[in-house]
Design a protein around this ligand. Structure first.
Ligand SMILES: C[S@@+](CC[C@H](N)C(=O)[O-])C[C@H]1O[C@@H](n2cnc3c(N)ncnc32)[C@H](O)[C@@H]1O
Length: 436
């Protein structure tokens, strides 16, 4: 009897963990696996288990601190309700109450930014502020893509490769790969880069959220009162508030149609334009727009220290291994690459557009042909979702034309995250042979 009880307990715990991790990753409800690896009879879905599911998800402290979008929370509870009705279960009152509460909650001015929280096997979590739309603001960098999750899994399994190495990430987006690597691996340094202002701003905040927890744990809503120390609190709160408002407003102006098929049915990511597509009337109203100067990314935060030797490079002051740099493959000065001299280059989902491949591969070529003091050259690991074979083949041709060699590495053995992998994801190991 005791044995069967403990089996039931651990089964419930496993189910709760599966549901909880999917909920905080905001796995689309239609893809949610309610009984993943663990199976439970419908008759065992007791009111107690239902309460436990609510406690582990919408009522959990993480949901207050790093909330998934309100519309997702509503859809999640509504879906539970429907499932319980379908199996004619004894439904606990809390489900109805929670759903009612969620319906009454006032949505933010718009529901464009939310948090996704990814759970690592050790139980640690990575919480990222993301756009609810895959493509917004003319960039794909405001949400986390499958290849980043896949590359994070690969890096976690192959952390030895990164030990004591200088790692540079190209097109970091919101930072999932880098933050996971920094949590898991003992690298010498990790430099996050991207070219898009809003992406860099959210990336900076995501790094702070995950590595300056002592500062932010007690602040469910981000109010960076201790940022911008050189100006008054009132002024800095206003500035930060304006930045967030600007991102939210522009995201809502530029939101793609909410039909998920619009994106998922594309064979490749939409062509990227770095010209802001925000409505002109909004731009006129906001001539002081925080992002109006696209050429200059300037961090004014006491959490970041400007590198005096490398222009544009910032160190995270609580862990100097973590660095942030605005770097555009097409326009940035190459000289910084010599100073960075990374041993390992990582990138996820950057091979989606033929027109940017020459610039990307040229940067790779420069980085991979540098010789370190020990005579060794760097290695790049690029993870790509193969949405379009033609785009992938074109990338391989451009690599070969630049004299770079490549091989496909084994996929990670264990899937940690709940991303869709019906479209294959491939990690290429790219090198520049000695003498070329
Ligand atoms: C599809 S997103 C992938 C983001 C992240 N690596 C991920 O997988 O979640 C592509 C990223 O590449 C960045 N990017 C695109 N063109 C770039 C360029 N010319 N220079 C630097 N970054 C660029 C975008 O800003 C965006 O963050």
């Amino acid at each position: 009897m005791a044995a069967s009880m403990s089996t039931t307990m651990s089964l419930e715990e496993n189910i709760l963990r599966d549901i909880r991790t999917q909920f905080f990753e905001m796995v689309p409800i239609r893809r949610m696996k309610w009984k993943t690896t663990h199976s439970i009879d419908d008759k065992d879905i007791s009111p107690d288990l239902q309460r436990a599911v609510l406690k582990a998800t919408v009522q959990d402290a993480t949901c207050k601190q790093y909330p998934p979008s309100l519309s997702y929370q509503r859809a999640f509870v509504k879906s539970i309700l429907h499932k319980l009705e379908d199996i004619d279960a004894d439904i606990c009152d809390e489900i109805y109450e929670t759903y009612g509460d969620l319906l009454q909650q006032k949505e933010e001015e718009d529901d464009t930014l939310c948090y996704k929280t990814y759970t690592l096997p050790c139980g640690n979590t990575v919480s990222l502020q993301e756009s609810v739309h895959l493509i917004s603001q003319g960039t794909t960098g405001l949400s986390t893509w499958q290849a980043a999750l896949h590359l994070s899994e690969w890096c976690s399994e192959n952390s030895k490769f990164l030990e004591n190495k200088r790692v540079l990430e190209l097109g970091s987006g919101l930072g999932l790969t880098g933050i996971t690597v920094c949590r898991k691996c003992q690298m010498k340094s990790y430099t996050f880069t991207d070219c898009h202002h809003q992406v860099l701003y959210l990336l900076m905040k995501n790094i702070e959220t995950n590595f300056a927890k002592q500062t932010y744990l007690s602040q469910p809503t981000y109010t960076p009162s201790d940022i911008f120390p050189s100006t008054s609190k009132e002024c800095t709160d206003k500035k930060d508030g304006r930045m967030m408002k600007s991102i939210r407003r522009q995201l809502s102006v530029n939101a793609e149609p909410s039909n998920p098929c619009t994106v998922s049915m594309c064979s490749d990511i939409m062509e990227i334009s770095y010209t802001s597509t925000a409505s002109s009337s909004y731009d006129e109203e906001n001539s002081e727009d925080t992002f109006s100067d696209q050429n200059d990314f300037h961090v004014e935060s006491q959490n970041w220290v400007m590198d005096e030797c490398l222009p544009g490079m910032y160190f995270f002051d609580q862990d100097e291994r973590i660095r942030l740099l605005k770097y555009d493959w097409e326009t940035s000065d190459d000289r910084i690459l010599w100073d960075l001299a990374p041993d390992i280059i990582l990138a996820a989902d950057v091979v989606f557009d033929k027109s940017i491949m020459p610039a990307l591969v040229s940067v790779l070529r420069k980085l991979l042909s540098l010789e370190m003091e020990n005579g060794q050259r760097a290695t790049a690991f690029i993870a790509s979702t193969i949405r379009n074979e033609d785009t992938r083949d074109h990338f391989l041709i451009v690599l070969a034309n630049e004299g770079l060699t490549y091989e496909i590495v084994d996929s990670p053995k264990k899937k940690i995250f709940h991303y869709e992998d019906t479209i294959p994801i491939e990690i290429l190991k790219i090198q520049c042979p000695a003498g070329s």
